[in-house]
Structures are given as structure tokens and as C-alpha cells.
Design a protein around this ligand. Structure first.
Ligand code: HPA
Ligand code: ZN
Length: 339
């Protein structure tokens, strides 16, 4: 029998692929637009929702980035993160590693300090909400490597507030090797490394190979196309490289808007022993938070109770928590399962 929503909600789990800017719900978007006197072209929740027509990654990003102009002050960034952290706690998330895109803000004149100070004050309040939280800084891959390097340098005074770096935005014509030097420098500075390998990109397998062999990531965001290369599947499994898969997002950004969630591929990788975890990516845009993603996949793929538990266990195991904290959270998971 497949586990139900209540069991999944109570399961202690980590969320490791979550773009804070993608948690901007229409309600908060309108409130911030009013607060900051920004004309976003829409004045009601319905109008905003009606503008969400995504057929692939590019068309999603075309709606996603312009919306960020409502984020102006330190308070705005704080409010955005706190709203997500409350939602995360309600979903039984005990630890979250949240992406943010500094260049999407600094490029429109918002100081790096405004972004990081606002987000960091929310991170500090997270334990009181029942969640551990940390920040991963993503570079926009459709901007230049020089811009990414300058952003990396700007982040160094705040190094103790950022656990790692990632790479997001439009993958087409922006392969991982474009950022080899930036990621080498980030590693030197003590950051952990992850990168997006988005769904069904023109050179998905090449990109996955590059991020493993040349960049040296410890996780891959999405990366589901790995399934096409059995030798690479074995390598990823043997090296314990984690995958952060996002079922509801997959349904939106795959060409032609397929409702399959890439469920077959995700489950095949899980059953092959790859450390697959689930995440919600941009929940305000893709229709659901983490528990919704679990429930969606369970219903579609008829996952067993043990498989659902393994997805949660993987999320803690591939997290960037320190070893002591990770062990305590894994113990909590095993206690919950035993009860
Ligand atoms: N892929 C690339 N860029 C993104 C994503 C994603 O899933 N979400 C937000 N920016
Ligand atoms: Zn993503």
C-alpha cells in the first residue's frame, strides 16, 4: 500500500532544490508591488495566475525573472524567505538548503548586501520555526563567466552565510564548462558545489558528464537524463552523488508540457540505488510544495512505503549538514518510521 499524505508530511526530510525567488506567491507579489510602487502589469491574483503559461524552461524563465522587480528592500527578501520557511515547516521539512540568484537583483541595482542581509535574518529565525536552513548562491548561466566571478568575489565577505554555489537559468548554449574556473575558485574558497542539469536539454548527458568529471560537484539538480547512460548511472551511484529531482516542475518545463513528471526515470534511478531526493524547485509557479511533489509521484508511480522513506533518507544523506546534525536528523527519521 502506498503511504498517504499524512505519513509523508510527518516524515522528517530535507529540501535541497528550492529557488527562493520561485516561492514568490501571487499574494506576496501583489503586496510587494504595492509596497514598493512597482507596476507589474497585473493587479489581481487571477491576472497573475493567468500569465503563467509555461511550455519549456525558457518560457518559464521569461515570466520568472521580470517578477523579481518587486523585491527591493532587505525586508522584502526577509519576508519572501520567512513565508517559504513557514510553509516548509508545515510540510515536515527539518532542513532546507535554499537557492538565491544574486545577479537577478544586483543587475537591477539592488546591492548584494541588501539581498544577503534580508535572507540571512530569515535563516536565523528558521530554527524557531522548526527548520534548519542554509543558503546556496546560484550563478545565472546565461550571463558571462566574468559576471559570475565578480559575484563570487562579492560574496566572499559573507562566506560564513553561504554553504555552497550552484548554477541555474537557461542551459541552452550555456554548458557547465563555461564556469569551470568560477567553480574551481568557489571550491578553493570553501564552498560546496552543485549545478543544474535541466531536463531534456540538447546535450544533457554531456553536461552531466562534465559536472561530474570536470567540475566535481557533489550533487546535481534535476539530472534525470542520467538514466540514458547506464555506465554513468553506476558511477553516480558508486560515488554517492545526489540528485535533486522535482516532479511537478518537470511536468511544466518539459517540451509540450507532458504530465508525466519524468516519474519513470526518477523511479528507475531510485531503484538503481542512486541517491535521488525530491524537491519543489519553484513551488509558487509549479503548483505545489514538497509534500505535493511526494504525493504526486507516489500516485503516479505507485511507490512503496519503503521507497518513500528512502527518498526522505536520501535527502538527509546528501544534504550539506555537518555530520553530527545529519546523524541526529536521520535518527529522527528512523524513529518516525519505527512508530
Ligand atoms: N532550472 C533552471 N533555472 C531555474 C530553475 C530550474 O529548474 N528554477 C529556477 N531557475
Ligand atoms: Zn531549479
Amino acid at each position: 500500500m502506498s503511504p498517504d499524505r499524512e505519513f509523508i508530511t510527518g516524515l522528517p526530510k530535507a529540501e535541497l532544490h528550492l529557488h527562493l525567488e520561485g516561492t514568490l506567491e501571487p499574494e506576496l507579489k501583489l503586496e510587494l508591488a504595492r509596497r514598493n510602487g512597482v507596476d507589474i502589469g497585473q493587479t489581481s491574483i487571477d491576472q497573475i495566475r493567468d500569465s503563467y503559461h509555461f511550455v519549456d524552461l525558457t518560457s518559464f524563465l521569461a515570466v520568472y525573472y521580470p517578477a523579481m522587480q518587486v523585491l527591493v528592500t532587505e525586508q522584502d527578501f526577509h519576508d519572501l524567505a520567512i513565508a517559504y520557511l513557514r510553509r516548509a515547516a508545515a510540510d515536515g521539512i527539518v532542513h532546507t538548503e535554499m537557492f538565491f540568484d544574486p545577479q537577478a537583483h544586483t543587475d537591477r541595482g539592488i546591492p548584494f548586501a541588501t539581498v544577503i542581509d534580508g535572507l540571512w535574518s530569515a535563516v536565523q529565525e528558521a530554527p524557531a520555526l522548526g527548520v534548519d536552513a542554509s543558503l546556496i548562491m546560484c550563478f545565472l548561466r546565461d550571463l558571462s563567466a566574468e559576471s559570475a566571478m565578480a559575484t563570487l568575489e562579492a560574496s566572499l565577505p559573507y562566506k560564513d552565510r553561504i554553504i555552497g554555489v550552484g548554477l541555474d537559468s537557461d542551459e541552452r548554449d550555456n554548458p557547465p564548462e563555461k564556469f569551470t574556473e568560477v567553480f574551481a575558485r568557489a571550491r578553493q574558497a570553501g564552498y560546496r558545489l552543485t549545478m543544474h542539469c535541466d531536463i531534456d536539454q540538447p546535450d544533457s548527458i554531456d553536461h552531466i558528464e562534465t559536472v561530474i568529471h570536470r567540475i566535481g560537484v557533489s550533487r546535481i539538480d534535476h539530472g534525470t537524463n542520467l538514466v540514458e547512460d547506464p555506465a554513468l548511472v553506476e558511477e553516480v551511484r558508486d560515488r554517492g552523488i545526489g540528485l535533486t529531482c522535482c516532479p511537478m516542475s518537470n511536468s511544466f518545463v518539459t517540451v509540450g508540457h507532458t504530465p508525466t513528471m519524468k516519474g519513470e526515470e526518477i523511479v528507475q534511478l531510485l531503484r538503481a540505488g542512486v541517491k535521488v531526493s525530491l524537491a519543489s524547485d519553484d513551488p509558487a509557479y509549479f503548483g505545489g510544495y514538497l509534500v505535493d511533489n511526494f504525493v504526486g509521484l507516489v500516485e503516479r508511480m505507485d511507490l512503496s512505503r519503503e521507497e518513500v522513506i528512502q527518498l526522505a533518507r536520501n535527502s538527509l544523506e546528501i544534504s550539506w549538514l555537518d555530520a553530527g546534525r545529519r546523524t541526529r536528523l536521520l535518527d529522527r527519521l528512523e524513529d518516525y518510521v519505527a512508530r
